[in-house]
Design a protein around this ligand. Structure first.
Ligand code: GLY
Ligand code: MN
Ligand code: MN
Length: 430
């Protein structure tokens, strides 16, 4: 791994917290993700299963965690399995974790080779009153590829059909949605890298540069600072491309007089930043661009202030739409009288210019796990990302910051980023 090793205490604490949520006599089993194939003998770099990582800190394929807090023998209460290396693997792939390194990373004392997993599992199953298994229950997940965890669930059901199986996801979501201090340090690092990339991009952007060249500026900054790279495929869209919500081509030239929208985040140790900034390609806002930009900024601030403990995400969304309606009326994009006549729950007029959600949980996943109906709590981290997209003007503006819900006030984790019109213009014309 490139990043500095994280204190194993974080992962030990995560396991302890999960153990408290598990039913008496139950066992939880989580597998690493597969290394995914591409074509011929090609593979993608491993993207670790986030639950496995959260419980162990292990960033290596073919790893498994067993948590069995009430196991008769103490050595069975936490077991980590890692892939045994060989002369051949070390020549072709490099070093893998030794057992003692795996203990150092995770804090788990009992480490075995993955090849022995079946034997241990078979030995423990008769003791388990119920078994928690990992499924991906993210509302937006649309997965056709069978994961290692999904394969394992089938194997379990075939081999031990009369066991009582439980969903691990609600427990993991409950834990992961509240961020620990050590996690916040990692997340802030991802955000700081994103800021460096943004400042570099501000110096670079001028009429005639390619969207892909801006992407390269960010990547250079992230990787040279030991990130694996982007937290998600970046969106760099100038002019009309800024109105394409999931624009990924990044293949157009940025023209004088356009604004360029950049939805980019760095990854750090599997935590993710998620930022959007929109700036004028020539470094100076026109009056219209400034008005639209300040409208988005005003909605973003109002929306951030509203997102306090106890608020539901539904209320947050509705409140933001109300704020947005006021701004769209001021911009002359919707008619105040017509707005009064519409269904107040649907507000179709706003949706013509602002058609996506206001934000999401952020953490080990960019669209992090959580329960959409659970009210906001201290320790959660959300993105706040309103936008106005005026296709008839080839103008799209989105601003996205990441905020921590604090007890007395929210903390904007992007506090150092330029965001005011003057700050952007100064940084671009310095
Ligand atoms: N970049 C993905 C998002 O903003 O949700
Ligand atoms: Mn984003
Ligand atoms: Mn986002």
């Amino acid at each position: 791994m490139r990043y500095e090793q994280i204190e194993s205490g974080l992962f030990a604490q995560n396991r302890a917290r999960l153990s408290e949520l598990m039913e008496p006599g139950s066992m939880a089993i989580v597998h690493a993700n597969d290394i995914l194939p591409t074509n011929a003998d090609g593979v993608l770099p491993l993207v670790q299963n986030r639950d496995l990582y959260y419980l162990s800190g292990v960033d290596q394929e073919e790893s498994v965690v067993i948590l069995f807090p009430d196991a008769v023998e103490e050595r069975d209460r936490e077991i980590l399995f890692v892939r045994e290396t060989s002369e051949l693997i070390s020549i072709w792939e490099g070093e893998k974790l030794t057992k003692s390194q795996a203990t150092e990373v995770s804090g788990v004392k009992q480490v075995n080779w993955t090849s022995s997993f079946d034997a241990h599992f078979h030995r423990l199953m008769p003791q388990a009153r119920s078994v928690y298994l990992a499924t991906n229950e993210h509302l937006r997940a649309d997965v056709v590829v069978e994961t290692r965890n999904a394969r394992f669930i089938k194997e379990c059901r075939d081999r031990y059909p009369l066991h009582d199986y439980r969903r691990l996801a609600p427990l993991m979501n409950q834990l992961r949605v509240i961020k620990d201090e050590v996690e916040l340090v990692q997340l802030q690092k991802a955000i700081d890298l994103t800021e460096s990339g943004f400042r570099r991009a501000l110096e670079f952007i001028s009429p005639g540069v390619g969207e892909w060249e801006i992407e390269a500026e960010y990547l250079h900054e992230f990787v040279r600072n030991r990130s694996k790279g982007f937290a998600y495929p970046p969106i760099i869209g100038a002019g009309k491309n800024a109105c394409v919500l999931h624009y990924l081509e990044n293949n157009a030239i940025c023209k004088d007089g356009e604004m360029v929208l950049m939805d980019v985040g760095a990854e750090w140790a599997n935590w993710n930043a998620d930022m959007t900034r929109t700036v004028p390609v020539n470094g100076r806002f026109t009056d219209r661009q400034r008005d639209v930009y300040n409208a988005v900024l005003s909605v973003q601030r109002g929306s951030m202030n509203f997102l306090r403990p106890g608020v539901t995400q539904q209320d947050w969304r509705d409140h933001t739409i109300e704020l947005m309606e006021v701004e769209l009326i001021k911009l002359g994009l919707i008619d105040a009288e017509e707005a009064k006549r519409q269904d107040p729950r649907e507000r179709p007029l706003v949706k013509k210019y602002y058609m996506h959600g206001i934000g999401h949980h952020l953490g080990l996943d960019v669209h992090d796990v959580g329960n959409a109906y659970e009210p906001v709590k201290e320790g959660m981290v959300f993105t706040v990302e309103p936008g106005i997209y005026i296709r008839e003007e080839n103008l799209g503006v989105r601003l996205e910051d990441d905020i921590l819900i604090g007890r007395d006030e929210n903390v904007n984790l992007f506090s150092k980023f330029p965001i005011e019109v003057e700050e952007i213009e100064d940084a671009m014309n310095d």
